[in-house]
Structures are given as structure tokens and as C-alpha cells.
Design a protein around this ligand. Structure first.
Ligand SMILES: *Cc1c(COP(=O)(O)O)cnc(C)c1O
Length: 373
């Protein structure tokens, strides 16, 4: 097959254009309206979107921000977490979960993950809690909520703040509560590839705590308390009107998008059976399949065979955070988090997006099955 022919038939990890086409006219007219209004920053779309997100999550406050990373950073800042403090998180996540801890000059403290869910292993958190521990950044990885009941019990016992990193879990529920509404705050990313994605960077912090709400709102806009009056040093981290307008349109479809992801996941799991380890479905929480991640010692071989068959697949994450050069100063070494390191060697994420045709999902799963034979 020629290179071009191969590219043409390649099944991608996600297809943003397929999601755009059915809402194209709505998006175009919303964007046009904003351009013609001349109001681009902190206007009615951001405000309405914040209200819609708050009501979707049944929380009192939501603040539109420039990115998910900023949502984490400004939340920790608003909680007054600072130099000398320790914040616990997972080493098996995107770097932003821990980077945000470093931004406020606190120390990230990693805890190994559970084999089953790939989320933080709650049974290993307590031994890492010290007098300096102030918070836990809980990541709902790949769209599957972490064990929030146990985490909230630890929070109560040790007086810790809980920041939920929901960047990969928009719409996921834990015991019938929306993720992000259980801890002290929830942080969302609207990076284009996320379940609810903008056409650029964007983020949101949600909370029931009016103090955190007010502080993050001021922090995103230079600590502005009145016209050219600055109560403290803040940041420039606002969600744009154009992105808010696009996200408001997509928000109306998010539950359908997530249901479609669930259907693809079902097809994968039913065909793959026990040939590889498929993502777990747990009774007390819903999985929104930001990624459909399989696990097998034959990972590299499967990745190659999928590629030969013009099917994309990606390793999330090939190198745990505790082994990243950026966190070298923390002094971790190989072997510190065996479950996390084993996962890095065995995981593979398959294409998943709401518009992926069931026949293609079947073809992908059968190709994986063939590869592990
Ligand atoms: C995407 C992501 C972020 C960061 O979001 P940005 O909007 O890209 O800054 C944080 N945490 C996790 C787990 C993510 O997947």
C-alpha cells in the first residue's frame, strides 16, 4: 500500500472533524455572533457556561479558566498550599496533575496505583501522610472515578483538602454524584481531545466552597477586586468567549457522546474477553472512556500489528511521573512504584470517540485478538 493510501484508511485515535460536522452550522453562527459583538473576554457566554456547568454537576460555583492545568494550579493556590507543604497524588497520570503542585512550591508525594483501576491505591495513602500533608490531587484516570468514599474518609481524618482532577472524566459519576462535586473542588480541561473539548485550550474549576470559588475567580483575572484595583497578585487565566460558546453547544451533546463511547467500549470488551485485560466496570461508578486502555505483556507486538493494519494506538503513559527528569529533584527511583511501572510496560489505548463506527470497533478488536494468538 502506498503511504497516501495508508493514511487515507488509517483509523485514528479520535476524529474531531466527525464530531464537528453535525453541529457545524450552530458553531459557525455562535462564533460569528461573538466576533460581531466585539466582546471576547469574560462576557455572557463564559458566565452562562459556568452556570450550566455548575448545574450539570449540582455545585454552587464554577469558574472558566484558560486550561485544566490552570484549574489545578489556581485551586491549590486558593487553598493556600505553599512551600513546605506536601500534596499526595498518583505517578500514573498526565504531568499537569503533579506539575500544579510544583507551581505552588509544594512537594508532590507519589503513591502507587491499583492494578485493577489504574487509579491511586487508597490503601497506600495513609503511610505517606505526614504533618506537612495538606491535600490530595485525585485523578479519575481515563474516565474511571477513583475510590472517593475512602479518600473523603482520609480527608476528614487528617484534615486534607481534596482536589479532583477530572480532566479525563467529564460526565462520570461516583455513587450517583458527578465527579468534581465530591472533593473540595473539581478541575476540568477542555483541551480538544478531552470528552468535552474546545477548539483550543480551556478549563474550569467547580466547587461548593464559596471561599475557593471567589478566590479562583479573582486569581484568574489579576486579583482584580474593582476597576484597576488589585487585591493580590493573580494571573491571566480566563476562558475565552469563543471557546465558552463552542463548549455550550457541545455540552448539550456530552451525555450522548459519553454513551457512544460506552457502546464502543462494550464492543471492545465483548470481543476481547480475557485475551487481554480490559478496563474494569464497577457497580458504584460510571466509566466515560476518555481512553479505552487494555493491558497485556504483548503490548508492543499488538501496537506494531495494529499499525501494520492502519489502526492507531497509543501508550498512555510510557514513563511514570516519578521517573521523569522534571521530577528528578524529588529523588524517586525505578522500583519505587511497582504497579505503576508494570502498567507503563503493559498498557495500550485503542481508538475511541463517539463517532467511531461499531464495524470499525469490531475490526480493531478482532485485529487485537488475532495479534495475541
Ligand atoms: C489533560 C489533562 C490535564 C491538563 O489539562 P490542560 O487543559 O491540557 O492543561 C490535567 N490532568 C489530566 C489527568 C489530563 O489528562
Amino acid at each position: 500500500m502506498t503511504q497516501t493510501a495508508q493514511n487515507k484508511t488509517m483509523i485514528p485515535m479520535l476524529d474531531l472533524k466527525a464530531q464537528y460536522l453535525p453541529i457545524k452550522e450552530e458553531i459557525k453562527s455562535a462564533v460569528k455572533e461573538i466576533i460581531e459583538s466585539g466582546r471576547f473576554i469574560l462576557g455572557k457566554n463564559v458566565e452562562s457556561f459556568e452556570n450550566e456547568i455548575a448545574s450539570y454537576h449540582n455545585v454552587s460555583g464554577a469558574v472558566g479558566l484558560a486550561s485544566g492545568t490552570d484549574a489545578l494550579h489556581l485551586s491549590l493556590n486558593a487553598m493556600d498550599i505553599k512551600e513546605g507543604d506536601e500534596v499526595i497524588t498518583t505517578p500514573f497520570t498526565f504531568i499537569a496533575s503533579a506539575e500544579s503542585i510544583a507551581y505552588v512550591h509544594a512537594t508532590p508525594v507519589f503513591v502507587d496505583i491499583e492494578k485493577n483501576t489504574l487509579n491511586i491505591d487508597v490503601s497506600k495513602i495513609e503511610e505517606k501522610i505526614t504533618a506537612k500533608t495538606k491535600a490530595i490531587v485525585v485523578v479519575h484516570l481515563f474516565g474511571l472515578p477513583a475510590n472517593m468514599t475512602e479518600i473523603m474518609e482520609l480527608a476528614k481524618k487528617y484534615n486534607l483538602k481534596i482536589v479532583e482532577d477530572c480532566a479525563q472524566a467529564f460526565g462520570a459519576k461516583y455513587k450517583d454524584r458527578a465527579v468534581g462535586s465530591i472533593g473540595d473542588c473539581g478541575c476540568y480541561s477542555f483541551y480538544p481531545s478531552k470528552n468535552l473539548g474546545a477548539y483550543g485550550d480551556g478549563g474550569m474549576m467547580i466547587t461548593n466552597n464559596s471561599g475557593i470559588h471567589e478566590t479562583v475567580k479573582l486569581l484568574r483575572n489579576h486579583g482584580t477586586v474593582g476597576p484597576y484595583q488589585h487585591g493580590f497578585i493573580g494571573f491571566n487565566s480566563r476562558l475565552d468567549e469563543i471557546h465558552a460558546a463552542i463548549l455550550r453547544i457541545k455540552l448539550r451533546h456530552i451525555d450522548q457522546y459519553n454513551q457512544n463511547r460506552g457502546k464502543i467500549a462494550k464492543i471492545y470488551s465483548s470481543i476481547l474477553g480475557n485475551a487481554v485485560k480490559c478496563p474494569v466496570e464497577l457497580e458504584d461508578r460510571s466509566h466515560v472512556y476518555h481512553q479505552y486502555t487494555i493491558r497485556t505483556p504483548q503490548r508492543d507486538k499488538i501496537h506494531e500489528i495494529l499499525k501494520e493494519n492502519s489502526i492507531a494506538s497509543v501508550v498512555y503513559y510510557p514513563l511514570s511521573l516519578h521517573l521523569q527528569e522534571a521530577f528528578g529533584y524529588l529523588g524517586y527511583k525505578e522500583g519505587d512504584f511497582p504497579e505503576c511501572e508494570a502498567a507503563s510496560n503493559e498498557v495500550l489505548s485503542l481508538p475511541i470517540y463517539p463517532e467511531l463506527e461499531p464495524e470499525k470497533a469490531e475490526y480493531i478488536a478482532k485485529t487485537v485478538l488475532e495479534a495475541v494468538k
